[in-house]
Design a protein around this ligand. Structure first.
Ligand code: ZN
Ligand code: ZN
Length: 419
């Protein structure tokens, strides 16, 4: 049994919103065994002296695309599989370095990657994969060019770099959901409205028929999981909620009535705000067409208002970064800063810890520093509740990251796997 003591730390538990100063966090068998004094059974445990540092739960990012090493998602899908997989590795390492111990992939990650991380062969956060996101023809996940003759959209299925696959019709939807679950998806992702990173589908479009959405929800429920849906407008969000979707991605253009509906039905929302700031700054240089750039600007400022509105209406809001392309992934933690400006530091931390754990259906297990919870923890130089900037950048102020009771980062560097 591996035992570890984080000695003399200040604990902030976002779930209970309580602080404890100068305590010991004792870890055994991947879980938190004690907080406070060191139990006699911990004699002989490894002890890390971390006086004055803060301990928080490891962060959970509910919207990432770990395979998106190229912001042009069409080009990303066309990349040879080996190259696409290889380029995922620094993205995963970067996330762990920044203190993310769990990420929910919103399209692209496959079971092999999850296994490679879980077995310790790869350094990265635990991945909850959606497999390929499901998109209708001409939808947000259909990256084919406008042309007289369309390429075969099903070509995306065996593509490591594709974040989505094209599926049309109720029966095909049922089959696709079952396939993604067979392949190891933790939850199902559907594209239920137009988006910003795709040039051919206006953001105001709704996507998928209600019958198709309901079929996806039924199949996910049958397998004991849920559907998360990409949706920007109030109309698309309402439709998805009425069809049984449990988590809305983005939601920038929702209205008050829709926010109330979300709160009433206990449907979560994962806004992704920082990525729009970065795309609007760098989108042109990254080769985004004018149509996409206009959509990005249209969604940006209203996204902040939507977050304030959802906070007022008591909607369950989780943390999502949605960074695309090698250049942008490093801005993942900027989402903390954007949230903090609108809802404050504590809420910014809660949405990436206990609220996120609730959304991935692991309340009390992750996102909390409590006895019995998983030992997914970060150590911060200073107090992020007072100064959120300590969480930004590349984890420069996060010297230690522990995942499942194992030290993944120590003295500011990732610990390499022993192969
Ligand atoms: Zn999306
Ligand atoms: Zn996304």
């Amino acid at each position: 049994m591996s035992m570890l003591v984080l000695a003399g730390v200040n604990v902030f538990d976002p779930a209970s919103q309580t602080r404890r100063t100068n305590v010991n966090v004792c870890i055994a068998d991947g879980k938190i065994a004690a907080i406070g004094d060191i139990p006699p059974s911990f004699e002989g445990a490894r002890r890390m002296s971390l006086a004055g540092r803060a301990v928080l739960p490891g962060f959970i990012d509910l919207h990432v695309h770990v395979v998106a090493s190229n912001a042009n998602l069409g080009a990303n899908a066309a990349m040879p599989n080996f190259l696409a997989a290889l380029r995922t590795l620094p993205i995963l390492r970067g996330m762990l370095n920044r203190g993310f111990t769990t990420v929910r992939d919103a399209g692209g990650a496959d079971f092999g990657m999850c296994e490679a991380v879980n077995s310790g062969e790869l350094r990265g956060p635990r991945i909850l994969s959606s497999g390929k996101a499901l998109s209708q023809t001409g939808g947000h996940g259909d990256f084919r060019q406008r042309s007289d003759k369309l390429d075969d959209a099903c070509g995306c299925l065996g593509r490591q770099g594709a974040i989505a696959r094209v599926v049309d019709g109720v029966d095909a939807m049922r089959l696709a959901v079952r396939e993604e679950i067979l392949k190891g998806a933790s939850q199902i992702k559907v594209m239920a409205s137009g988006g910003v990173a795709s040039p051919n589908d206006p953001i105001t479009n709704t996507q998928y028929s209600e019958d198709e959405l309901r079929a996806a929800v039924q199949e996910a429920q049958a397998a004991g999981t849920y559907v998360m849906a990409h949706a920007y407008t109030a109309r698309a969000v309402r439709r998805a909620v009425e069809c049984g979707v449990k988590c809305i991605e983005h939601g920038n253009l929702i209205d008050e009535e829709t926010a109330r509906l979300l709160a009433q039905r206990d449907v979560a929302v994962v806004p992704t705000l920082a990525t729009l700031d970065r795309l609007s700054e760098r989108g042109r240089a990254l080769g985004f067409p004018e149509a996409s750039l206009a959509k990005i600007d249209g969604a940006r400022s209203v996204g902040r208002q939507a977050l304030a509105l959802m906070a007022r209406e008591g909607v369950k809001v989780g943390f999502g970064s949605d960074m695309l392309g090698e250049e942008l992934h490093r801005f993942q933690s900027d989402e903390f800063a954007v949230r903090a400006q609108i809802v404050g530091n504590v809420e910014a931390i809660r949405c990436a810890t206990n609220v996120a754990a609730d959304i991935i259906r692991e309340p009390g297990v992750r996102g909390t520093v409590a006895v019995g919870a998983a030992a997914d923890l970060v150590v911060v130089d200073g107090d992020p509740v007072e100064d959120i900037s300590l969480l930004l950048g590349q984890g420069e102020h996060i010297p230690v990251v522990i995942k499942g009771g194992v030290c993944m980062k120590e003295s500011g560097r990732l610990v390499e796997p022993a192969l």
